[in-house]
Design a protein around this ligand. Structure first.
Ligand code: KG4
Ligand code: ZN
Length: 339
């Protein structure tokens, strides 16, 4: 049986639509919103307006690129949350009305679970998927979680951040350094030229497998304030070393807890998901850790790390198999119950 699903993602500042057939990606179109750059962060009202402008052309392009007509769709999967309510409403309302017109079911998807299930998509850059159960480190702009994934519908959170997410730590450090939003990719690029041990920042002390990143931002801020008093060009002169050192601290923090959680479960299949999993330093360190511990590591291709609709479609695919459809009166949520 072939199942063709249209996925729609609009939880934050990317409007995305994708078509998958079974697990194969036929198209995955993303419209980024440039309007937020000058504000140093996402402006919710501008995001929902941009989603409204983008949604129809993005879906149209996704169908065209997939080479299918709308009558061939079996269901529409959409991000119900978590995210910005105004943004989520655009995707949710579009999914409902399009499905109503086509007389096909809608499937609600949790964005965080979708990041994890992106590992089951198939395209030219991803041919293999983890076997259940596996452990997934989800690191995005809004969330940081260590999850034990027993099946597409059975996921258990082993650890999580109690304040900022790893992506936020990257973005806030970048903002302090005067880099554009989102800062994560800029830190990644600069860190390649810098010394990760040039500056030392304190690692948080949090119980078990949980994380905390808000203290790092504060200590980075105070550290720079003191150095700038002595030399007002301190940031410009130490850009690469600062980026490498802050990135190193975030990575070491992430991996220590992951290693601890993995040891306690004895599961050897490890995956990483979410926007921060695009970070080259994190990917290298994870690979080294996996090699020395005998883990089988799954690093998603870049197109499935940051927000995209193919991951929403694959999460929808699994729910389609279980006939888990949503009703037309469904509303989005800003906070996930999966946290
Ligand atoms: O998963 P995602 O696209 O959106 C959320 O669901 O939050 O993650 C976005 C986050 C941002 O904080 C961004 O700075 C970070 O992922 N990010 C990176 C890199 N690429 C994206 N952080 C570090 N290094 C990167 N290469
Ligand atoms: Zn995301």
């Amino acid at each position: 049986m072939s199942i063709t699903i249209l996925g729609i993602e609009s939880s934050c500042d990317d409007t995305s639509a994708a078509v998958i057939r079974n697990r194969e990606v036929l198209s995955n179109v993303i419209a980024n919103q440039k309007v937020h750059e000058e504000y140093g962060g996402v402006v919710p009202e501008l995001a929902s307006r941009a989603h409204q402008q983008n949604i129809i052309p993005v879906v149209d392009t996704a169908l065209k690129k997939a080479g299918i007509g709308k009558a061939e769709l079996d269901a529409i999967a959409f991000t119900r949350g978590p995210g910005l309510l105004g943004s989520l409403l655009v995707g949710t309302s579009f999914a409902k009305s399009f499905a109503l017109a086509l007389n096909i079911p809608i499937i609600e998807v949790d964005h965080l679970k979708a990041h994890i299930l992106a590992h089951f998509l198939i395209n030219e850059n991803q041919k293999q998927s983890p076997e259940f159960p596996f452990i997934c480190l989800t690191v995005s702009g809004g969330h940081t979680q260590i999850v034990q994934v027993n099946s597409p519908s059975d996921m258990k959170i082993l650890g999580k951040t109690i304040d900022d997410a790893a992506g936020e730590a990257f973005d806030k450090a970048a903002k302090i350094m005067g880099l554009p939003y989102p800062g994560g990719p800029h830190i990644d690029r600069l860190a390649k030229e810098g010394n990760p041990l040039a500056f030392k920042f304190p690692e948080p002390r949090i119980k078990e497998y949980d994380y905390s990143f808000s203290g790092l931002k504060t200590s980075f801020l105070y550290f720079l304030r003191d150095r700038l008093k002595e030399n007002d060009r301190f940031i410009e002169e130490n850009m690469a070393d600062l980026a490498a050192s802050i990135q190193h601290t975030i990575i070491v923090t992430l991996l220590k807890k992951l290693e601890k959680a993995v040891k306690s479960t004895r599961i050897k299949q490890i995956a990483v998901a979410g926007g921060v999993s695009a970070n080259s330093g994190l990917r290298n360190s994870l690979q080294q850790l996996a090699d020395s511990n005998g883990w089988k590591l799954f690093l998603p291709p870049f197109e499935f790390t940051t927000d995209n609709a193919a991951m929403i479609a694959i999460a929808g695919h699994f729910k389609y198999l279980d006939k888990e459809f949503a009703s037309q009166d469904i509303a989005p949520y800003s906070k996930s119950s999966f946290r």
